[in-house]
Design a binder for this molecule. Structure first.
Ligand SMILES: NC(=O)c1ccc[n+]([C@@H]2O[C@H](COP(=O)([O-])OP(=O)(O)OC[C@H]3O[C@@H](n4cnc5c(N)ncnc54)[C@H](OP(=O)(O)O)[C@@H]3O)[C@@H](O)[C@H]2O)c1
Length: 279
């Protein structure tokens, strides 16, 4: 078992969350279970899944096979758009808990805002009630922009514990991150490695990685940590899982941070994408 566990951040609910997590999309079934076990062996304690990933059963098996006590783990899952509003959240959460083999989740997120009829506002209030019952420790959201956050806070007076959004070197999202970080909500970054689609081979990251004797993936993840953003990288490869978890004993200089900030293309990424209809 790895000795170096990630430090934690205190959420506005009073619970602590590890400062990095393991992403499980698109793993399924036994592959998912064994990746969760190797990720936990690599030092991860926070595991990210979603009803829409169809892998909560695999995650649950991996958690069980890890042999770790429940209180040592931090498990996140997410409410799908089709389960938002109309009192449907309770059944969705109970189904997720059953698949995960858990009696509570540490963090439950609204996967995407469902903007056509603002069902996410209703869903958020339902999740806060389920948290009062002890089925959820912290309630958060995902893929929420400023206007979505404003609506749920205006309706309930309660800021979400977390907003999980796409952030990575070319999708820096400076304004949204700054606005969220002015509140008590913690930013979590999905696709922090851009699914290894090119930025990890950029001269900027390569030069920094060579100097620090780490990988370009570690540099990208550390850049997020230094912005107080919690990355949740995915890897099916145990060696890369270890590497991606090992980001807490080196630092980037101010000029490294500026050089990586300059990779931002101001792209909107997937936040406006239609893919959320499925989520
Ligand atoms: N809330 C949302 O709407 C949302 C949306 C998308 C994703 N997510 C969550 O965020 C997690 C992470 O995002 P993601 O899976 O889209 O992308 P990602 O973590 O940026 O990239 C994963 C890909 O990068 C490769 N990789 C991992 N570590 C690497 C390294 N050190 N060097 C080079 N390549 C590396 C992996 O390949 P190998 O497996 O071969 O290592 C995999 O193909 C997901 O698993 C999911 O839990 C949430």
């Amino acid at each position: 078992m790895a000795a170096n566990l990630a430090p934690t951040v205190l959420l506005n609910t009073g619970f602590s969350m590890p400062r990095t997590g393991f992403g499980t999309w698109p793993l399924r079934g036994d592959d998912c279970a064994s990746a969760v076990v190797s990720a936990i062996d690599a030092g991860y304690r926070s595991i990210d899944t979603a009803a829409a990933y169809h892998n909560e059963d695999g995650v649950g098996l991996g958690l069980k096979n890890s042999g770790l006590a429940r209180e040592e783990l931090f498990v996140t899952t997410k409410l799908r758009g089709q389960s938002q509003g109309g009192g449907r959240a309770r059944e969705a959460l109970l189904t997720s808990l059953d698949k995960l083999g858990l009696d509570y989740v540490d963090l439950y997120l609204i996967h995407w805002p469902n903007p056509s009829v603002d069902l996410y506002v209703e869903a958020y209030a339902e999740l806060l009630e389920l948290a009062d019952e002890g089925l959820i420790r912290s309630v958060g959201v995902s893929n929420f922009k400023q206007e979505h956050l404003k609506k749920i806070v205006d309706a309930t007076g309660i800021e979400p514990a977390v907003d999980q959004i796409q952030v990575s070197p070319t999708i820096g999202r400076k304004a949204l991150v700054a606005d969220i970080q002015r509140s008590s909500t913690v930013v979590v970054a999905w696709s922090p490695l851009e699914r290894n689609s090119g930025v990890l081979q950029s001269p900027t990251l390569t030069t920094i990685a060579d100097r620090l004797k780490v990988s370009t993936g570690q540099v990208a993840l550390r850049w997020l940590v230094e912005r107080d953003i919690v990355p949740i990288p995915h890897s099916g490869n145990p060696e890369r899982q270890k590497q991606n978890a090992d980001i807490f004993d080196f630092e980037l200089s101010k000029s490294d941070m500026t050089a990586i900030d300059a990779l931002d293309s101001d792209a909107e990424g997937e936040l406006d994408s239609a893919t959320h209809i499925e989520m």
